[in-house]
Design a protein around this ligand. Structure first.
Ligand code: SF4
Length: 372
């Protein structure tokens, strides 16, 4: 297949789809990854289903994030808040603090809002259909399908980047992403069996993560190699194709490293909505394309001070732009007038600071030590 499927090609696809599930499920029974949020083979064989709370928590954390990065955060969350009710009762600040470093912070705020919605509106039990799950805060189409399939064994087909790759190769879809997404979702839905759809969804994820690798697929170890059209055509490693990416623009800003007489640092909370919403930050200017002139930047400083620009820049990349921050250091003459919170240096680790602000703090501490 090189483009989108005709009616005849679709019925061929459906016939092939029916043979993929048994082979993949048999492989999954032997090779399923042991992950902290999964139940073991013995429990699976006994017909037990995983706890929806743990499935949901892991799926929200795993969006845009690797299993290796998620595992320690998942452990921290389930130790600190073992049940959905515990998480719903936690202060938002504590949840944001525990999430700090995992990125995409809107997920943490939505996680908390979702826990409260399930407690308040569903008697503390997750609804068991894809549509009802998708109506909850922060549960998009992918986690809704994943939770419905994995926790409730509903015939749903969660499609993430790994699954897109497997499907594009199995059916030799040459249309580039993101345009190919609807076709890949249709083909993935065709693959999902009525029997064991939850295990099948996880088998697809595992195949993409361990065998059908992005650049060098391990086709010799693949349980569905005989059914793979891209492998037969000799272009498995080239798929999925991608439309050329737009260049990320660069934004610039100044962060003000402000100390009081006791050496505490001024932090403030970002607005609840928008990028890094509700997280703490080192106060700064807005982030924009043009560089900041000194007088313009000083006008946005949180207090009056003699500001010293520290050498170097803090660089960070967000999904849609690169950020370059200059860090200026200053001593507040009238700390009580500042808008924010003074935090002792040894208490910074307890604050809900996103990665970019942790970089700013490391940079300020290093450069000030070099200057003194
Ligand atoms: Fe992926 Fe190769 Fe298996 Fe095809 S045969 S699904 S390309 S690992």
């Amino acid at each position: 297949m090189t483009g989108f499927a005709s009616g005849e090609a679709r019925s061929r696809d459906s016939a092939k789809a029916a043979t993929v599930a048994p082979a993949l499920l048999a492989w999954y029974d032997r090779h399923a990854r042991a992950l902290p949020w999964r139940i073991g083979p013995a429990e699976r064989a006994a017909g037990r289903r995983p706890d929806p709370y743990r499935v949901w928590l892991s799926e929200i954390m795993l969006q845009q994030t690797t299993t290796a990065a998620v595992a320690p955060y998942f452990q921290t969350f389930v130790e600190r808040w073992p049940t959905l009710g515990d998480l719903a009762a936690a202060p938002l600040d504590a949840v944001l603090g525990a999430w700090a470093g995992l990125g995409y912070y809107a997920r943490a705020r939505n996680l908390h809002a979702c826990a409260r919605a399930v407690e308040d509106e569903h008697d503390g039990r997750f609804p068991d259909t894809e549509a009802a799950l998708a109506a909850l805060p922060g549960i998009g189409p992918y986690p809704a399908a994943a939770v419905a399939a994995i926790a409730f064994d509903r015939p749903a087909a969660p499609v993430d980047g790994n699954v897109e790759r497997v499907v594009a190769r199995l059916f030799d879809v040459e249309v580039p992403l993101p345009g190919a997404k609807p076709e890949l979702r249709r083909l993935a839905a065709d693959l999902a069996p009525r029997r064991r759809p939850g295990d099948f969804a996880q088998a697809m994820m595992d195949l993409g993560a361990t065998v059908c690798l992005p650049r060098r697929p391990r086709c010799e170890a693949c349980p569905v190699a005989e059914r793979c059209a891209a492998r037969a055509a000799g272009r498995a490693g080239e798929l999925p194709r991608r439309a050329p990416k737009k260049q990320r623009p660069t934004r610039r800003g100044v962060a003000f490293w402000t100390l009081d007489a006791e050496g505490a640092v001024l932090l403030r909370r970002r607005a609840e909505s928008g990028l890094l919403g509700g997280m703490m930050e080192v106060p700064g200017t807005e982030w924009r394309a043009e560089p900041w002139a000194a007088d313009e930047a000083s006008a946005q400083a949180p207090v009056r001070a003699d500001w010293t620009p520290l050498p170097g820049l803090v660089r960070h990349t967000f999904t849609h732009f690169h950020l370059e921050l200059s860090v200026w250091a200053g001593q507040a003459s009238a700390p009580d007038r500042a808008d924010g919170r003074w935090v002792a240096l040894d208490a910074l680790g307890t604050q809900a600071l996103p990665s970019v602000m942790r970089k700013v703090i490391r940079h300020a501490l290093k450069q000030r030590a070099a200057l003194s």
